[in-house]
Design a protein around this ligand. Structure first.
Ligand code: F6R
Length: 620
């Protein structure tokens, strides 16, 4: 969480930092701030709230200069106040820093620094780093005759970070070093943009787009010293390094809202296109299979895989659950889905031929990254199913598959989910055709998949009905979401969508599990959303639905077009096209996305920026 941007060059840093923070706001929007070097001092402006609040402050109290740093915050330590906003000042203004990550030993360090006379203004862990750095600068200056030397400040930062436990991406400026910014990373991403007579640093490449396409991805324990004319990259253990410059391609900042009121709605409506993009160029019709360019494993290695682990968080984890069902049904490969936050610390026995897929929209989720690294360390081939090109997970995995869904701006993930499910369906086809799936079955899957963009277009026609239904359900405070087999993960995902953007308590369950406890919740004011398309398990889900109706629970059903049996039984029905069981999540998830969207709008919630959340969760 938290977005960082820094600049040293010849442009007006204020405008550039503000634009960068706007692009990084998906990482946190609790507060925003910038610091600009003014020759003999560093000036900070910061405000609780969105970047636009900071802009208002800057209108009344402007600053300008050509060296600066900025930050958009997702609060970890300390409330969302002006004072807790970044940048944070160390000592008496000698040092100013921005930080992304969590300093686990901040409390011990704070006590020590207070004993040395440092006065804390905020409750953040970051201010500890700022004061610690100021302390070591002071110490190093005492030891040296050369008060101007950059090395003193580098050394001070090295000593400071050697005392930190936790994760950080830090960018620091120093009052007495007007043309320099120094960045260091361990666990939180930082990318350096290389310009002509200027350098940029940011949490991801989005603030650099339009300024430079040459980037250096900092690795853990690297530090970079940037001036207008020089870059000095070093690693904690191996010393000075020559920078590995990559060309940035395919990063899109196309985040125009068009005619839509919110990004979430826009992204829901993009799904016919994003699902088509996830499949583009990935069919081999002659062999009735799928093809992927970036797996980086030869057919022999792939054939030896006898177990798959899918690891992810949140919505991506739900996509993983659909993937488990798909891979086991079509490829007959035993598959497990692990919460990345658990897998990173668990020690499950993973046999040699286990392949690990990290599923992630952002490619920056801290837990997913840590789980991936843990599996890699143990020698397993790791692959990423990822949306953001060039993200940390995409770069660190041995290979991967991009979603090509374009930027997902709404905090609630929608189009990324259906793209992940599409890619997992292609993977099931791919592994299936290497094993037990027949040629005709492969052919049939391909033609069904190719129909999906048009079917999703048809599914979206339920929009008006969902909007109308939502007005009757917006005042309820508890919901149950129920589905079975392929629609069980859809039920979980529907419940998550409602929780996160409308702040309504919702639980997703396999429909048949309900009678083992949750049915006790059913009453006249607890609606159940049943995902009940036709298919193998339809009569069983119907019985579960009857059980809820018998207890006077209001029911909204997601059912197949023309299903009058369900329509007659329930309070409200949303019809979707009839597709084969394994394709149902692509269709049934859409009315649930719309339902949560309209309920949140009716309740006056900030749909695209729900409270307490951030788009990219880069702390554990
Ligand atoms: C929910 C949502 C989150 C993310 C989760 C993982 O709508 O967006 O639950 O799915 O934080 O994020 P990624 O996929 O970026 O790893």
């Amino acid at each position: 969480m938290c977005g960082i941007v820094g600049y040293v060059g010849f442009r007006d840093a204020t405008d550039l930092l503000i634009e960068g923070l706007r692009r990084l706001e998906y990482r946190g929007y609790d507060s925003a701030g910038i610091a600009i070097h003014q020759g003999d001092r560093i000036e900070c402006r910061k405000r609780a709230g969105r970047v636009q609040e900071l802009e208002k402050l800057l209108e009344s109290d402007p600053i300008s200069g050509s060296v600066g740093i900025g930050h958009t915050r997702w609060a970890t330590h300390g409330e969302t106040t002006d004072v807790n906003s970044h940048p944070h000042v160390g000592g008496n203004g000698e040092v100013v820093i921005v930080h992304n990550g969590v300093i686990e030993n901040y409390s011990t360090l704070r006590t020590k620094l207070q004993a040395l006379g440092f006065v804390f203004r905020s409750q953040t862990d970051t201010e500890v780093v700022a004061h610690l750095l100021a302390h070591h600068v002071e110490e190093q200056l005492k030891l040296s005759d050369d008060a101007e030397g950059t090395e003193i400040y580098v050394r001070a930062l090295e000593i400071t970070i050697s005392k930190l436990k936790g994760t950080y991406g830090i960018v620091a400026m120093f009052r007495d070093l007007p043309d320099v910014i120094i960045a260091a990373r361990a666990g939180s991403p930082l990318v350096v943009g290389v310009g002509k007579g200027e350098y940029y640093v940011a949490s991801d490449a989005s603030p650099l787009v339009g300024y430079t396409d040459e980037v250096i991805y900092l690795q853990d324990h690297e530090m970079v010293v940037l001036t207008t004319t020089s870059i000095d990259l070093r690693h904690r253990d191996s010393g000075q390094l020559s920078p590995n410059i990559h060309t940035l391609d395919q990063v899109s900042t196309d985040t125009d809202l068009g005619d839509f009121e919110h990004y979430m709605l826009k992204e829901i409506f993009e799904q016919p296109q994003t699902i088509a993009n996830a499949m583009r160029g990935r069919f081999n019709e002659d062999e009735a299979t799928a093809v992927f360019g970036g797996l980086n494993l030869d057919p022999q290695q792939l054939r030896r895989i006898d177990r798959i682990v899918l690891t992810a968080c949140g919505t991506s984890w739900h996509a993983g659950l659909v993937g488990e069902y798909l891979l086991e049904e079509f490829a007959r490969v035993p598959t497990e889905v692990e919460y990345a936050s658990e897998l990173r610390y668990r020690n499950p026995p993973l046999e040699d031929n286990t392949m690990v897929f990290a599923i992630t929209q952002s490619g920056e989720t801290a837990d997913t990254l840590a789980a991936l690294r843990e599996c890699k360390r143990k020698g397993h081939p790791t692959l990423a199913i990822c949306n953001v090109v060039g993200s940390t997970i995409a770069r660190e995995a041995d290979g991967g598959i991009y979603l090509h869904a374009g930027p997902e701006v709404g905090v609630a993930s929608t189009k990324a989910f259906t793209s992940q499910v599409t890619v997992l369906t292609l993977l099931a086809l791919f592994f299936g055709r290497m094993r037990h799936l027949s040629y005709p079955a492969g052919k049939r899957m391909i033609s069904r998949l190719k129909e999906m963009p048009e079917i999703i277009e048809r599914t979206l026609k339920c929009n008006e009905v969902v909007e109308e239904i939502s007005s009757r359900y917006s005042q309820f405070n508890n919901f149950l979401y129920l589905g079975r087999l392929y629609n069980f993960p859809v039920a979980l995902e529907g419940a998550l969508k409602l929780k996160e953007i409308s702040y309504i308590h919702a639980e997703g369950y396999p429909a048949a599990e309900m009678k083992h406890g949750p049915i006790a919740l059913v009453d006249e004011v607890t609606p159940s959303v049943f995902v009940i398309p036709r298919g193998g398990i339809y009569p069983k889900v119907m019985s579960n639905l009857e059980e809820v109706k018998a207890r006077k629970g209001p029911v909204i059903a997601i059912a197949c077009e023309g299903d009058t049996k369900v329509a007659d039984l329930v309070d409200d029905v949303i019809f979707v096209p009839d597709v084969e069981d394994y394709l149902q999540p692509l269709v049934t998830s859409i009315p649930l996305q719309l339902l949560s969207y309209y309920i949140a709008v009716n309740r006056g919630c900030n749909v695209d920026r729900p409270r307490n959340l951030a788009k990219s969760v880069t702390v554990e």
